[in-house]
Design a protein around this ligand. Structure first.
Ligand code: PMP
Length: 419
């Protein structure tokens, strides 16, 4: 039922009183970035004691992994990640601790080396399904690549738009995708979308799909989602070199001390290995071996991820409960109930998200900047807020959610009253 002007003013006063209380006694809570909690990090501490005997440092019983070499990763590490990425062993390259740096390397290798000198003269464009991962967009912008926003639906990018654009513009060289439990909306690409991406006509013969499968095993419930394998789909469509698949253990073991991997055609792996050979003689294989011993295989990884889910699930349930209690049956806010990944996404009334985030900042609750999940930080609707609840305790999250609910309504009522 719509409120009368009088009721709205009364409500505004109530909300303002509560908000002023927060201003007088600000919180100190940060749910800005998707980082594991201390409790989650503790799950992987046993990994650090697994290398002790001389045999532990040998790959296939012969190669001493403490030394230089094995640029693309040693056998057992490639085997483990080939299971996770569902590729052949020689379709995997093991990197350092960061999948983002592998993405950067792939873009540089494909588009910015001297072999591609002519590219520098014409614009390079990427399609950016949005809302998406802010660091993808920051990387693309930093490299001087023009970003074209594409709507992200429940099933993946708006493929009508994608197909139309890539069929006609040879300067569109790639698309960013977070195919499983996407950051931030938590959607998983449908099989149909994966097949369309794999088979669509592209004006640029070398079109790249940057398939950042950061959350491929990060389920929160027994209703487990996973995007169809892109490399397999690309091979079936006759475009094997289009797929560039990434993952890392940043949110399986330790961010900053994990292991990242690239899955691609053998031709593409060779191309990246060549570029890599100008930068390093090999990555940290001792860390790779610790991961091999600790995570063992896909089944063991799944068991380990169950432990993460036990810690994370109550946080996501709490957010859902709080939002339901406050907003169910009211207009003006919708939110996601992700089955995996690290984020909850709020869709606010148009033109409100920036003000809500600012109002929260003033009372000591840090959430991701409102436009950050859009190319150039620009969401024309200004209606998107990302919550990253994983690092905080349930008690702190509870307090943050009370403040978030209040600020969403406070900004909305202010707008209605044109204050
Ligand atoms: N991709 C996505 C979609 C992410 O959400 C994150 C972490 N927030 C990363 C990549 C970072 O991965 P890494 O630590 O392997 O560089």
């Amino acid at each position: 039922m719509t409120k009368t002007a009088e009721e709205l003013k009364d409500r505004y006063q109530q909300l303002k009183t509560k908000y002023d209380e927060y201003t007088a006694h600000p919180l100190n809570l940060n749910i800005k970035r998707g980082i594991p909690s201390k409790e989650q990090l503790d799950l992987s501490v046993p990994m650090l004691g697994l290398l002790s005997s001389p045999e532990d440092f040998l790959s296939q019983g012969t190669v001493d992994i403490r030394n230089y070499g094995e640029l693309t990763g040693f056998y057992e590490a490639r085997k483990l990640f080939s299971e996770l990425l569902e590729t052949e062993i020689d379709e995997v390259l093991i990197g350092g601790n960061s999948s983002l740096s592998l993405m950067y390397l792939v873009i540089l290798s494909k588009l910015f080396t001297r072999k591609m000198g002519s590219s520098f003269k014409e614009p390079i464009k990427f399609l950016c399904p949005s809302p998406g991962y802010d660091r993808h967009f920051a990387m693309t912008e930093n490299l001087g690549i023009e970003m074209i926003p594409i709507a992200l639906t429940e099933n993946g990018p708006d493929m009508d738009e994608v197909k139309k654009l890539v069929a006609n513009d040879p300067t569109i060289k790639g698309i960013w995708c977070v195919p499983t439990y996407s950051n931030p909306t938590g959607i998983t690409y449908s099989d149909e979308v994966v097949d369309q991406l794999a088979s669509m006509e592209t004006k640029d013969a070398d079109f790249m799909i940057l398939w950042d499968n950061a959350y491929l095993v990060h389920h929160l419930t027994n209703d487990k989602h996973a995007a169809k394998n892109l490399l397999t789909a690309c091979k079936a469509a006759g475009n094997p070199d289009r797929a560039w698949m990434f993952c890392s253990t940043s949110k399986i073991t330790f961010p900053g001390a994990g292991v990242a991997a690239l899955g691609a055609s053998k031709k593409n792996i060779a191309l990246v290995a060549k570029e890599l050979s100008y930068q390093t003689i090999g990555f940290d294989k001792i860390n790779q071996m610790q991961h091999v011993k600790f995570l063992k295989d896909k089944k063991q990884v799944a068991q380990h991820m169950e432990k993460h889910a036990i810690i994370l699930k109550p946080k996501f349930e709490l957010i859902n409960q709080k939002l339901t209690d406050y907003f169910a049956g009211k207009e003006g806010l919708t939110w996601t109930e992700p089955k995996g990944g690290y984020f909850v996404h709020l869709t606010t009334e148009k033109g409100c998200a920036t003000e809500i985030v600012e109002a929260l900042a003033k009372i000591g609750v840090a959430v991701t900047e409102a436009g950050a999940t859009y190319p150039y930080g620009n969401n024309p609707m200004d209606n998107s807020i990302r919550l990253a609840p994983t690092p905080v305790s349930l008690v702190d999250l509870d307090a943050a959610m009370d403040a978030i609910c209040l600020c969403i309504e406070y900004v909305s009522v202010q707008k209605r009253l044109s204050l």
